[in-house]
Write a protein that binds this ligand. Structure first.
Ligand SMILES: Nc1ncnc2c1ncn2[C@@H]1O[C@H](COP(=O)(O)OP(=O)(O)O)[C@@H](O)[C@H]1O
Ligand SMILES: [Mg+2]
Length: 321
């Protein structure tokens, strides 16, 4: 869908911000660009809607070189959501959401229906919120409007540059969940910039890790965690997450097992029960003096001398053996 080939950016001051960036974004995929501040994420993203032009290299969308297209028309076919929300303060919510469709000269009924549909999709009743001004909404509500405004003209591609990072942690999590849910329905091609690895792992189909203007690794969240390309990626993911993922995919046996407590074969019941209580286990493994496992029914001495084997078995049941 979107393809970068050997894209370089040298800014006017001579700073080489992007070095041979080559990657593809598949149709319907949510690709996260992640990396430390200054690694070139925003520069990469803004090239897709031609807010920044490459110094060298080509970017194609559906096979077409975008440098040959009209940038204004191009931008209208690409939704764009930024951190600073960017709603127009003097326009109502409905006017904000319908902005691009109106610029594209959609019929009134069509864009009114679209605004209603989108507001319902993010749980904001158009009757209640449609005529309000942005300042009359919470930060989280405003950013929901920012997201649906980017969807209003039915673009195939949506660019999102740290859209949730200015929000409080609870709103941020809610919006991430909503985006995942929304994306299941709308299946847009989304390029999403963040510096937050938790966010990336939660929402991404694939993650592109950048450092100093280069792509360090591009893969699914699972593969990045299982096989970090180098030390930088490892440290960026963080040891905690690496270990956590180990225990999710391959739990260590010792974590699953209750440690076995052994008892000599000649041990009597009262002593054994005491051991069970003290060691906080619900069974004992009976061993002989060479520490070899013994079949309990054959080996444990009857706690009640002279009783039948039936009652002996019930003791074993009590012991959980
Ligand atoms: N117009 C510009 N002129 C010179 N350097 C710039 C310009 N815009 C961005 N940069 C530099 O390019 C690098 C990448 O910036 P950016 O893409 O915004 O990074 P990120 O979004 O990953 O934080 C940074 O070092 C930044 O200072
Ligand atoms: Mg940025």
């Amino acid at each position: 869908m979107i393809e970068f080939k050997e894209v370089n950016k040298v800014f006017r001051d001579g700073f080489h911000a992007l070095k041979n960036i080559t990657f593809k974004v598949e149709e319907g995929e949510l690709l996260v660009l992640i990396g430390p501040s200054g690694s070139g994420k925003t520069t990469t993203m803004r090239m897709i809607n031609r807010l920044i032009e490459p110094t060298k290299g080509t970017i194609t969308i559906e096979g077409k070189d975008i440098s040959k297209e009209d940038p204004v028309k191009l931008r209208r076919t690409i939704g764009y959501v930024i951190q600073q929300i960017g709603l127009l303060p003097h326009m109502t919510i409905k006017e904000n959401v319908s902005l691009v469709p109106r610029l594209m000269k959609w019929k009134k009924e069509r864009y009114i229906d679209k605004v209603d549909e989108l507001m319902h999709m993010v749980g904001l009743d158009p009757e209640m919120f449609g005529e309000r001004y942005p300042s009359e909404l919470s930060g989280g509500q405003q950013q929901r409007i920012g997201v649906i405004r980017a969807l209003a003209a039915e673009p195939k591609i949506i660019l999102m540059d740290e859209p949730f990072s200015a929000l409080d942690p609870i709103s941020r999590e809610q919006l991430q969940d909503e985006l995942v849910r929304l994306q299941r329905d709308i299946q847009k091609t989304i390029v999403f910039v963040t510096h937050d690895m938790d966010e990336a792992l939660k929402i991404a189909d694939r993650i592109c890790i950048m450092k100093d203007g280069e792509v360090v690794q591009l893969d699914t969240p699972e593969n990045i965690i299982r096989r970090p390309a180098n030390e930088f990626v490892r440290s960026f993911i963080g040891e905690d997450r690496l270990q956590e993922s180990d225990s999710i995919s391959f739990p260590k046996l010792t974590k699953l097992m209750v440690p076995a407590v052994t008892a000599g074969e000649n041990r009597r019941l009262a002593e054994s029960l005491k051991m069970i209580r003290n060691k906080r286990v619900n069974s004992l493994v009976v061993v002989n003096d060479q520490n070899v496992f013994q079949q309990p029914a054959a080996r444990i001495r009857s706690p009640l001398p002279g009783k039948t084997s039936q009652s002996r078995r019930s003791w074993f049941t009590l012991w959980g053996i």
